[in-house]
Design a protein around this ligand. Structure first.
Ligand SMILES: C[S@@+](CC[C@H](N)C(=O)[O-])C[C@H]1O[C@@H](n2cnc3c(N)ncnc32)[C@H](O)[C@@H]1O
Length: 265
């Protein structure tokens, strides 16, 4: 699974056109707002650098984006002209101190869902803790937290009816949850769809991994919401069934804080 994005590359750009992504980013902006102004940010699993660039727009002073795929980092470098952003290829499940750390804020848009087990996810949290300054925050986009990922995948499919442009299909069972395939369907019917494999682990696995990885204070989850004016802002791209993003949510936003060293015992 770790090198699958080397075959995706530029094609992943179709995601930025989707209502799914616009709604995701409106929510990320609101969740990250208290921590972003002037922050030195580490963007893990940065992909094509979409959120690295967004973080500068939201007020960060600099961003280092890291991804396991050399192809995605190549795309990120091509799409980014801002000198406050640098990119690096690395596996974020292997704890490593990145240049420019410790960071004020670590962001991970869709990293934790690539952990095939609780132990792998613990290593991802360890990596975040290693690179975050004391008192710094970790913000992540994750699958919607649930103790029953299979039932939630079924609920999402029933709600989406193929209309969301992003659908998830169960492919198997793993310790701690399920494996799944995500398919992105472009708005342009002539463009090809993009698929990738991922994991959907239980909420309790995320919470245990966070504690074992150094985030003793636990996780705060924010459910996806539709901000005032969002539907109107879509204009002629308005989607039927926008409310299903709330009733059968495809994602959630997780925040945790690295405790100040004096407050640990
Ligand atoms: C769904 S994309 C998300 C990209 C970007 N964060 C966004 O939200 O647009 C997932 C990215 O995670 C990367 N990835 C998967 N496993 C990883 C790992 N262990 N370490 C670093 N990057 C990883 C993939 O290469 C891919 O670029």
């Amino acid at each position: 699974m770790s090198n699958q994005y080397d075959n995706i590359g530029e094609a992943y750009n179709i995601k930025k056109e989707l209502t799914y992504t616009l709604l995701q980013d409106a929510n990320v902006e609101a969740v990250i707002k208290p921590y972003i102004r002037g922050a030195r940010v580490l963007d893990l699993a940065c992909g094509n650098g979409h959120h690295s660039r967004a973080c500068i727009g939201w007020g960060a002073s600099s961003v280092v984006g890291v991804d396991i795929s050399p192809t995605m980092i190549g795309v990120a470098r091509r799409l980014t002209t801002l000198e406050q952003i640098e990119f690096e290829v690395a596996d974020c499940s292997k704890p490593k101190v990145y240049r420019g750390g410790e960071y004020d804020l670590v962001f991970a848009g869709w990293l934790l869902n690539y952990a095939p087990s609780g132990n792998d996810m613990t290593n991802m949290f360890r990596n975040v803790a290693l690179n975050l300054k004391d008192g710094g925050h970790f913000v992540a986009i994750t699958p919607h937290p649930t103790e029953d990922p299979k039932a939630h995948i079924e609920a999402m499919l029933a709600a989406s009816e193929g209309k969301r442009g992003r659908d998830m299909y169960l492919t198997g069972f793993v310790e701690g949850g399920v494996s799944a395939r995500v398919v992105l369907t472009p708005r342009d019917p002539k463009a090809e769809s993009v698929g990738f494999d991922t994991y959907y682990l239980r909420k309790s696995v995320y919470e245990k991994a966070a504690k074992e990885g150094g985030f003793e204070s636990g996780l705060a989850w924010t459910a996806i919401s539709i901000p005032d004016g969002f539907e109107e802002s879509l204009g002629d791209r308005k989607e039927e069934g926008l409310h299903t993003y709330v009733t059968a949510p495809p994602m959630a936003f997780m925040v945790t804080c690295k405790e100040l060293s004096g407050s640990r015992n």
